[in-house]
Write a protein of this length. Structure first.
Lengths: 455, 455
């Protein structure tokens, strides 16, 4: 029996009926050459033979004196965790997204190991999908992606690759949750508060400076200045998921032409899409939306010092012109990175924690609904660079399915894979009607920057 | 805005993550003649046009001063409630039951009207299925069955029949929940306790008599004497559902030959199946299992006085011989009915309430785990006598999907339809492994009685 870390306990405490705390991933595969009509059925039969999961996928929760522990599930029942499902006809991506939206809404059974793997047949065009789901207390989003990738091969001829639950995952770095994962970063609130009090004066000074600066320059983002927005309502228990792949080359070309990083361009595209979506909903705030974004703080091109922190970025949603919007975003990110890079790693962590404090407070207590530090989470996660195969089936796309929270009803997570950027949008179904339109607006956002850059 | 009755509030209070309080029904249809390959897709499109639900299916919960009220959902979103799904190949009944097991495990979104309708394609043999789901606070099991039936027609040529959520249901008799519905009867605890105190002396006398009698004759069932059994463990959040149709003529023939009512024969078959299942699990108690059963108390063949109450029946699971087992069951039911028939309706209700008191107490407070009044619920519900059609598609079968509770991990509900008895077995997945075997054991139970009756 092993106690959960305070951070992992937090994910269980934060979980409510309308706020499940599991992360997911949708993988879309194409049939290998020569696959017959029974291909997926046979694959399901093969997967059912992996009925002995590896650690930690054999661990279930148990509670003692108010704290949670992991212990082995001696009645492990693979049929509960591995599910063979099908899309109704015509089996388009639309039906797939509807299916994932419904499945991602469902809480998991806490009396069992907190993961599920859904093998989905009936995807048009000789394809099938995997929807993997695991509770955040078991594995964080980044580790989940790494693990799902490790179960694949770059060799199309590699056979007998076991599914991810039958592979022993690498040790998780429990002491430093990946800051690219917003939810993990939340746990800094509980983890770092007591430890690094010595850095607090620096942090307070930076907070003060950022508030001052914001007063002088309205495009600089201070803490707690995100506008009220429909994206920041309490959430309900049903989800809406949308996903699409965009060409990385297009994003890179824009970045090169407009002297911006890929991350800046991504934020500009998201800002454009959110602006258009909110205009369509008659709900665009006068003030720009603020995104919580994980960024690299690497100061030069050296390999070391690849420190990552969460920053607040101005998305320029109040600006109609795409070039002007990108400029505001660039300046805002540069400023936030500069502030972060002047801090020690401990200070940066504390700064992040303080930045997110109202969000964390709201999530845990609902006490400070007026203090909105940011409106949306946009995470850019590195994925596999080379084409991946699973027993001969090519991985065509891989989309993160993340966690909306009370007051943060939309999560945008993107993953790089080969020459694609894979966007996964996860939202509260009630708070974001017609969310599928965001996919078109993202495409628009790319196009308008291409026009602006004369591409 | 309309306040929920105390009984309906109870279903919300009783609901826990691992104890959802929704009822369901599985309807299996065969394609009408001449239906093409797009039949179900087109049916789904047709159903999506009924986007304005009738009362109460347009009502959502709202909470005020700790009490629940119904109010209209002004953002009704049919896509959330109506779901078009598919079975994976080969689309046997096995895949259908797996699908229903998973869906019935999922809690509903309390921010929306508490119902769902799942249209399921890909059932082998030119069939499709509907899985209807509604929270018990919205509609009780009996009303749900009546309503699902009302949406059908006896005329195979009737067209343009709207789905059940687009039909105004008949007024529910809120003051007298149908006693055939065990869960509804539970609410007698809260409803009748204060009202009919004058009948308490009679009830106490009957309780005393039944305890005395039980001491003299071990086959008489007293209150609180059900044995400890694996069926009476705390439940988990995942479900197992099994369903099968059995010929009513066979049951009737056995009843005629052995001078037993159809209900007695059903109990004997269930007793046989449970005995074999528990032997297989190395868990057969020495004492007979006790079933909570709704029975008719009609004293003669006149139309009036069709009073229904819940009785405790000895299932004779300790007896190997099928004839002897049936005799014990007959005597036990006759005795319980006689006791009930000597009471006034009010007394019978209070007696029922008292009988179920420990169960109700356990469910609400977990205070009296040692007092087990019964081991299993077996409900026999009257359904349509004539063949039903839905826009030309024949209803082949109709199976209740009910509610397991903490300490009552298995619910057996059966429904009569045409010349069939439709068994629906709903259980906690963890507490009842290999539950599908119960279906074979039920068939065995019929066969051994046929042999005993020389049929």
């Amino acid at each position: 029996m092993k106690a959960l870390s305070p951070a992992d306990q937090l994910f269980l405490w934060l979980e409510k009926r309308q706020q499940p705390m599991h992360v997911g991933g949708l993988q879309l595969f194409s049939f290998p050459e020569g696959a017959g009509p029974k291909y997926v059925t046979e694959l399901a039969e093969l997967l059912r033979t992996y009925s002995e999961p590896e650690y930690p996928f054999n661990q279930r929760l148990t509670k003692r004196l108010g704290s949670y522990y992991w212990k082995e599930d001696h009645h492990f029942d693979l049929e509960h965790h591995f599910r063979h499902e099908a899309l109704p006809k015509p089996g388009r991506i639309r039906e797939l997204l509807t299916h994932i939206s419904a499945e991602h809404s469902n809480l998991m059974d806490r009396q069992r190991p907190l993961w599920e793997c859904h093998l989905i047949e009936g995807v048009r065009g000789r394809r099938f999908a995997l929807y993997n789901k695991a509770h955040h207390s078991l594995i964080d989003g980044m580790s989940a992606i790494r693990m799902a990738t490790r179960a694949l091969s770059n060799d199309p001829n590699a056979k007998d690759l076991p599914p991810w639950w039958a592979m022993q995952p690498k040790k998780r770095e429990a002491t430093s949750p990946t800051a690219t994962d917003f939810i993990s970063s939340l746990t800094q609130l509980s983890n770092s508060a007591g430890k690094q009090l010595s850095t607090i004066p620096t942090v307070i000074r930076e907070v003060y400076k950022s508030v001052q600066q914001a007063n002088e320059n309205p495009d600089t983002v201070s803490i707690f200045q995100a506008p009220q927005c429909i994206l920041n309502a309490p959430i309900t228990g049903s989800r809406r998921f949308a996903a699409q792949s965009y060409s990385m080359d297009r994003i890179k070309a824009i970045g090169k032409a407009m002297r911006a990083t890929m991350n800046d361009v991504v934020l500009a595209i998201c800002g454009s899409a959110l602006r258009n979506y909110l205009i369509n909903q008659h709900a665009l705030p006068d003030q720009p939306l603020i995104a919580m974004v994980p960024v690299s703080l690497r100061k030069d091109d050296s390999e070391g010092g690849n420190q990552i922190a969460m920053i607040l970025a101005n998305l320029g949603t109040h600006i109609a012109d795409p070039s002007d919007r990108l400029s505001v975003i660039k300046a805002s990110v540069k400023d936030a990175k500069k502030r972060m890079s002047q801090m020690t790693p401990e200070e940066a962590l504390n700064y992040t924690a303080l930045t997110m404090a109202p969000t964390g407070l709201n999530l845990l207590t609902g006490l400070a609904p007026g203090l909105q530090a940011f409106n949306v989470v946009i995470s850019n996660v590195p994925g596999p660079k080379k084409a991946c195969y699973w027993n001969g089936a090519k991985l065509e796309g891989m989309y993160p399915v993340s966690i909306p929270l009370d007051g943060i009803a939309l999560n945008i997570t993107l993953l790089s894979y080969e020459d694609q950027l894979e966007f996964g949008l996860t939202a509260c179904r009630r708070t974001l009607p017609s969310m599928q339109r965001l996919l078109d607006y993202l495409e628009n956002g790319i196009k308008e920057l291409e026009v602006a850059a004369d591409l």
